[in-house]
Design a protein around this ligand. Structure first.
Ligand SMILES: Cc1cc2nc3c(=O)[nH]c(=O)nc-3n(C[C@H](O)[C@H](O)[C@H](O)COP(=O)(O)O)c2cc1C
Length: 200
């Protein structure tokens, strides 16, 4: 059985362009006839709290010394990390909001990028501790950024996933979605075709 961790964060929920593209990828993977199980993490419907000092202290306090509240915080983060470990493949539906990743996605990152769990510091810099696996990012944007210095998302997502050991990260972009139908429709069509090829 193949386990796919499917992470989404559109504030439009299932109507989001990124969600729809990721839904298509998942459906096509299931159509292939493989035995696929989906681990769903909808960060809009079920947001991860912002990382604050108290939550971070829960991560850094040794397990045996944690208070009850700290145990709960650490257990929640452990669960999110366990989803990453269990997955054979990861699919991320990623809207661009205000030139960056959705804050809900960043809050999730802040709960899974944990020293000693998903990466560790060494004399040669950080080393990823997750087993490498394929990550597909379905990136929906109102404007056009891919391949330009304004695309702050692509490098950031590759860097932070790479920090944890996930280096096989591929983006499929649907761009110019707020630039009129003449731009948006072909962009969505092109993304759909790339999705179908990747899922086949
Ligand atoms: C709050 C907000 C901020 C946005 N900021 C940007 C932006 O900085 N750059 C951009 O290209 N599009 C921006 N957009 C447009 C979205 O990227 C576009 O609507 C895309 O479809 C969002 O993905 P979704 O439909 O999956 O939510 C923004 C949309 C919203 C709602």
């Amino acid at each position: 059985m193949t386990q796919i961790l499917y992470i989404s964060s559109s504030l439009s929920g299932s109507a989001g362009q990124s969600t729809q593209l990721a839904d298509r990828y998942i459906a096509k993977r299931q159509d292939r006839g493989d035995d696929v199980a989906i681990i769903r993490r909808d960060l809009h419907a079920d947001p991860v709290p912002h990382l604050d000092g108290e939550r971070f202290a829960a991560f850094t306090t040794p397990a045996a010394e944690r208070s009850e509240a700290q145990r709960e915080v650490a257990a929640f983060s452990d669960q999110l990390i366990d989803e990453l470990r269990r997955a054979d493949e990861i699919v991320i539906a990623l809207p661009m909001y205000n030139m960056g990743v959705p804050s809900t996605f960043k809050a999730w990152i802040d709960h899974v990028a944990r020293a000693g769990e998903t990466f560790r510091y060494t004399a040669n810099g950080p080393q990823g501790l997750l087993e490498d696996k394929a990550v597909t990012v379905l990136a929906a944007r109102g404007g056009m950024y891919a391949g330009t210095p304004q695309d702050s998302q692509t490098q950031y997502v590759k860097d932070i996933l790479g920090l944890m050991g996930l280096t096989q990260v591929d983006f499929i972009y649907a761009e110019g979605l707020n630039m009129g139908d003449e731009q948006a429709q072909p962009a969505i069509h092109d993304a759909q075709q790339q999705i179908d090829r990747r899922a086949a």
